[in-house]
Design a protein around this ligand. Structure first.
Ligand SMILES: *[C@@H]1O[C@H](CO)[C@@H](O)[C@H](O)[C@H]1NC(C)=O
Ligand SMILES: *[C@@H]1O[C@H](CO)[C@@H](O)[C@H](O)[C@H]1NC(C)=O
Ligand SMILES: *[C@@H]1O[C@H](CO)[C@@H](O)[C@H](O)[C@H]1NC(C)=O
Ligand SMILES: *[C@@H]1O[C@H](CO)[C@@H](O)[C@H](O)[C@H]1NC(C)=O
Length: 317
């Protein structure tokens, strides 16, 4: 039977994992919102699932991206537990925030129970045609239509970088936008799934200099700031694995100045948009998060990923 074949090939081979029955039955009629699946003590699904609408090549690509996402999130978690709060890299991104909060969020990404959390490759809400200034959306959270689900659109396959490209060919931290790496992009998408991080992750600062300024000015915001988690994870992986010991913050990476206050949108790497200047496309999906496409260029501005929050605010990073 198709469904059971899919389940056995898509769900992690962990002994504790049990098949969630979410696509053993027909999808609900479009008008009905799909609700979050209950978490039970008997069933722990730590892997994100890939919907049957993804073909073999899309599934392999996304599974690889999810594996890379777990790799950097687990590494970030382990580095925090190993080196603690005095680690200069920790202080750089999280200031004096509690490392319990920071490491715990990575733990939720890697080990949290995620029944029903999935990526899908069809376009059930018709949003893949929506445009940002950088082109069609690369994907979007389904919001109230299905809170556990994220749609991946075509540009995610064309434009994202593999983790192996970190520190190669000018793909450097602070220069290449974090979401350009599929692993960091998926980290962002998962951080907005309510059943994974429970709506605690916010957008207080998006660009590299703003993230560093936020750590120095307001650690309690840094500890829940989306881009902080992306950049710390990439930087830690770069220093320890990809290009030890120094990692690869780009020479052109903008160092924070007094103008970067962690709330303003600075002009990093040519970024010129602000939340108020964000593309209007997202306004068609209030209360939903979307993440736009970003160009593959290493000089691409950091302003190409846009999404809308529950409060209707549009953020571009
Ligand atoms: C999967 O879909 C993509 C996008 O439509 C296509 O480019 C690719 O060739 C397909 N792969 C397979 C194995 O069908
Ligand atoms: C963290 O730093 C801020 C700003 O310097 C300070 O106000 C706060 O008391 C510090 N918190 C802790 C727990 O050290
Ligand atoms: C939810 O579904 C409706 C109807 O299909 C669609 O118009 C809307 O854009 C969807 N929301 C999201 C966030 O995709
Ligand atoms: C940090 O930001 C929060 C939320 O905006 C605010 O309530 C708090 O006062 C800020 N703390 C500092 C030290 O600026």
């Amino acid at each position: 039977m198709l469904a059971s074949t899919l389940l056995s090939s898509l769900i992690a081979a962990s002994a504790t994992v049990q098949a969630a029955p979410f696509f053993a039955s027909r999808p609900p009629p479009k008008a009905l919102a799909k609700r979050a699946e209950p978490k039970t003590w008997q069933s722990h699904v730590s892997d994100v699932q890939i919907h049957e609408s993804c073909n073999a090549s899309q599934s392999a690509y996304l599974r690889n991206g999810l594996d890379d996402m777990k790799r950097i999130a687990e590494h970030a978690h382990d580095r925090i537990l190993t080196l603690g709060e005095q680690d200069p890299l920790y202080v750089k991104y999280f200031g004096n925030a509690s490392s319990a909060a920071a490491s715990g969020l990575y733990a939720q990404i890697v080990w949290g129970n995620k029944p029903g959390v999935l990526l899908r490759c069809d376009n059930p809400d018709g949003n893949c045609a929506e445009l940002t200034s950088a082109g069609p959306w690369a994907g979007h959270w389904r919001g109230q239509n299905a809170t556990e689900e994220t749609v991946i659109c075509e540009p995610s396959y064309a434009n994202r970088l593999h983790l192996a490209s970190l520190c190669w060919d000018g793909n450097e931290i602070g220069v290449t936008p974090a979401s350009q790496w599929l692993a960091a992009d998926l980290l962002h998408r998962l951080m907005h799934i309510p059943s994974v991080t429970y709506n605690h992750v916010e957008h207080a600062a998006d660009t590299y200099p703003d993230v560093l300024a936020l750590a120095a000015s307001n650690s309690s915001l840094a500890a829940y700031n989306q881009a902080t988690f992306q950049l710390y994870a990439l930087d830690a992986y770069a220093q320890d694995v990809a290009f030890p010991p120094s990692g690869c913050v780009g020479a052109e990476a903008h160092i924070p100045t007094e103008e970067d206050d962690g709330h303003s949108h600075s002009h990093d790497a040519g970024a010129s948009s602000s939340s108020s200047a964000a593309p209007a496309a997202s306004a068609t999906v209030p209360a939903e998060m979307t993440i736009g496409n970003a160009e593959a260029s290493a000089t691409a501005s950091a302003a190409e990923s846009c999404h809308t929050h529950g409060d209707g605010e549009v953020h571009c990073s």
